[in-house]
Design a protein around this ligand. Structure first.
Ligand code: FAD
Ligand code: DLZ
Ligand code: SF4
Length: 508
C-alpha cells in the first residue's frame, strides 16, 4: 500500500530521512502551502515567498527524480488550511496506509502530527550534527550547559579544525580577535542577488495578494530559492566575505546591511544547504590559505557550536520554553518594532532593515532590538513572536533559544550566564548609528540622554536581587553603587519617565 511522505517547508533536502526511508516507486510525497503555517505568526511576506517558492522548486526536483508529489498550492480550492488536514485529505485520495515524516522543528507541529488519527511514523531529522540523545548525554548531570564545552565535543566529532586531538592553532576559540568596530570601508558587496524567475514571480503575486498587509516589504525579492542558487551564494561569500567575517562579525553600519555576513542561515534552515558541508568548505578555505583562522574558527563555531547547541536546548527544555518569563517582564511590545516612529537611530535602522530584507545580523538582533526589549522589560513571549515573524531564517527550534534564552534571559540563565545588556556606549563603539541620532550617546541624564544609558541602570537596579551576586556582574553594581545618590535618583526617574512614554505609545 501507498505511504504518504510528508515534506515540510523547512525540510527541502534530498537526503531528508523520510525520503531516504520510503520508496519513490510506490509512495507519495505530500507538500502543502497552508494558511495555518503561513499565519501562526504574521510572517514577513519575504519569508512566506521564500518558503513557497523554494517548496515549489523542490517539489519539481523530486518529480524529476521520479517521485510522485501531491502538492497543494495556497489558493487551491480544496486546500484544507493545515498540514494535518492535507495529510488526511491525501490519505483518502490515495487510500494510503499511513504517513512517514521527519521530526518538525516546532513543538506545535510535533504535537499536531502526534495526534493524527491515521497510522504515522516519525523519523529523526538527521540534517544536524548532534542527535537529541547525543545532546542529552552531554547535558545530563552538568551544572551549567555552556555552549563552549559542547562546541568542543562537536569539533572532536566532526574533526573540523582538529590537529589529531588538539584544536588547530592550539586554541579552541579565537573570539577575542573578532570584535573589531565598524570599518570605514567594506570590500565585500554583500550577498548574491537572484532575479525572480517565473515560479518566484507567481509566488510573489500570491503573497502580495494574501499577505500584503503583514509587516515587511516584498519589493526587491532576491533570495536564492533552490539548492543550486544557495550554493552559488555560498561560493560567492567564501571568496569575498569569509576572509573578513571574523574581524567585523560584531560591527554594525547604518548603510551596509550585510557587511561580511554569509546570509545563508535561511538556506541552511530550509534545507537548501547542508551545515556540515558548509563548514567543510569553510575549513578548506583555511587550509588553502584563503581565509585566516579567526574567521574560519569563528564561523564554524556559529554552526557546529551555537546552531547545534540551541537546537539541543529547544528539544531538551520542552514545549513550555517559549512561555518562560523569569524576569517577569510584562510591558507590551511597542510600535517601534513594527516600524513605528522613533528617535533612536539604532532601533530605526535595524527595524527598517528588517522590514526591507527580513534580515538583520546577529549583533543587531542581540544588542539593538534584543537589548532594548530586555532593558525596557518587554514581555518575552511578545518579543519571541516578533522575531519568529520577521526573519526569513526563523523557526522556533532556533529562534526561541536565541530570543527567550540568549537575548531575554527569560529562561533564567540556561543559555546565558549573564544578561546581554549594554548602555549606548557599546552601540557607539561597534556602529556608526549614534553619529546621526537625535539622542546623545555621551549624555547619561537629561532630555537628550541616550535611552540605553538610562535603561541600563534601571534594569540593574530593578533586578538587583537576582544579579548582584552574579560574579560576572559585580563590577556593574559597584559602579552603580559608587555613583552619587542624586544622580542615581535622576537616572531612575528619567528612565521611568521614558518607559511611561514608551508604554503610552509616544514616538520616543
Ligand atoms: P552569519 O553571521 O554569517 O553566521 C553564520 C551562520 O551561523 C548562520 O547562517 C547560522 O546558521 C549560524 N549561527 C550564527 N549564530 C547562531 C546562533 N546564535 N544560533 C544558531 N545559529 C547561528 N538564527 C536563525 O537561524 N534563526 C533565527 O530565528 C534566529 N534568531 C535570532 C534571534 C536573536 C535574538 C539572536 C541574538 C540571534 C538569532 N539567530 C537566529 C542567530 C543569528 O543571528 C542568525 O543565525 C544569523 O544572523 C543569520 O545570518 P547569517 O546567515 O548572515 O549569519
Ligand atoms: C514557515 C512556513 C510557512 C510560511 N509556510 C509553510 C507552509 O505553507 N507549508 C509548510 O509545509 N511549511 C511552511 N513553513 C515552514 C513550517 O512552518 C515549518 O516546517 C515548521 O514551523 C517546523 O519548523
Ligand atoms: Fe542608539 Fe543611543 Fe546611539 Fe541613539 S545614541 S543610536 S539611541 S545607542
Amino acid at each position: 500500500m501507498v505511504r504518504l511522505v510528508l515534506v515540510l517547508g523547512d525540510q527541502l533536502s534530498p537526503d531528508l530521512t523520510a525520503l531516504q526511508k520510503t520508496d519513490k516507486s510506490n509512495d507519495v510525497v505530500v507538500m502543502a502551502e497552508v494558511a495555518d503555517e503561513a499565519s501562526y505568526v504574521p510572517h514577513h511576506p519575504k519569508k512566506i515567498a521564500f518558503t513557497f517558492a523554494a517548496m515549489r522548486k523542490f517539489a519539481e526536483s523530486l518529480r524529476s527524480d521520479g517521485w510522485t508529489v501531491a502538492y497543494t498550492k495556497l489558493d487551491d480550492p480544496d486546500n484544507s488550511g493545515s498540514i494535518t488536514g492535507e495529510l488526511l485529505r491525501r490519505a483518502e485520495e490515495y487510500d494510503a496506509a499511513g504517513v512517514v515524516y521527519t521530526e518538525p522543528g516546532e513543538w506545535r507541529l510535533i504535537e499536531a502530527l502526534g495526534d493524527l488519527p491515521i497510522k504515522s511514523h516519525s523519523l529523526p531529522d538527521n540534517r544536524f550534527i548532534a542527535s537529541h540523545d547525543e545532546f542529552d548525554d552531554w547535558a545530563d548531570g552538568r551544572k551549567a550547559l555552556r555552549m563552549e564545552y559542547f562546541y568542543r565535543e562537536m569539533r572532536r566529532k566532526t574533526g573540523l579544525l582538529m590537529d589529531d586531538d588538539q584544536p588547530e592553532g592550539g586554541k579552541w576559540n579565537y573570539d577575542h580577535e573578532n570584535r573589531k568596530p565598524a570599518p570605514d570601508e567594506v570590500s565585500f558587496g554583500g550577498p548574491m542577488q537572484f532575479t525572480p524567475d517565473e515560479t518566484v514571480q507567481e509566488v510573489l503575486d500570491l503573497v502580495a495578494a494574501r499577505f500584503g498587509d503583514n509587516f515587511g516589504s516584498l519589493e526587491d525579492f532576491w533570495f536564492a530559492t533552490d539548492a543550486g542558487q544557495a550554493k552559488r551564494q555560498l561560493a560567492h561569500w567564501l571568496k569575498g566575505g569569509l576572509p573578513k567575517f571574523g574581524d567585523f562579525q560584531d560591527a554594525m553600519l547604518g548603510d551596509n546591511r550585510f557587511l561580511y555576513h554569509a546570509v545563508i542561515g535561511l538556506y541552511i534552515n530550509a534545507g537548501l544547504l547542508d551545515p556540515l558541508e558548509v563548514c567543510q568548505r569553510v575549513e578548506e578555505a583555511y587550509k588553502s590559505g584563503d581565509a585566516p583562522l579567526n574567521a574560519v574558527e569563528g564561523f564554524i563555531r556559529q554552526i557546529v557550536g551555537w546552531r547545534e547547541y540551541v537546537r539541543g536546548i529547544y528539544f531538551r527544555e520542552g514545549p513550555d520554553y517559549t512561555r518562560r518569563n523569569q524576569l517577569n517582564a510584562q510591558r507590551k511590545l511597542p510600535p517601534v518594532y513594527w516600524g513605528g516612529e522613533t528617535k533612536m537611530r539604532c532601533m530605526e535602522r535595524t527595524v527598517a532593515q528588517t522590514r526591507d530584507e527580513a534580515y538583520a545580523h546577529h549583533i543587531q538582533r542581540l544588542m539593538v532590538t534584543g537589548n532594548f526589549a530586555l532593558l525596557a522589560g518587554i514581555d518575552p513571549s511578545e518579543v519571541h513572536e516578533w522575531y519568529l515573524a520577521v526573519y526569513a531564517d526563523a523557526y522556533e527550534w532556533v529562534e526561541a533559544p536565541n530570543v527567550i534564552g540568549m537575548s531575554q534571559f527569560a529562561d533564567g540563565g540556561i543559555i546565558a550566564s549573564k544578561p546581554y545588556i549594554s548602555s549606548g556606549n557599546y552601540i557607539k563603539k561597534m556602529s556608526d548609528y549614534c553619529g546621526d541620532c537625535a539622542y546623545r550617546v555621551q549624555d547619561k541624564t537629561g532630555e537628550d540622554a541616550c535611552p540605553f544609558n538610562l535603561l541600563y541602570w534601571h534594569f540593574l537596579d530593578r533586578h538587583r536581587e537576582r544579579f548582584s551576586e552574579n560574579g560576572r556582574m559585580g563590577n556593574m553594581y559597584r559602579v552603580w553603587d559608587r555613583m552619587d545618590e542624586e544622580k542615581r535618583k535622576t537616572i531612575l526617574s528619567e528612565a521611568d519617565d521614558f518607559l511611561d512614554r514608551l508604554s503610552a505609545g509616544e514616538a520616543v
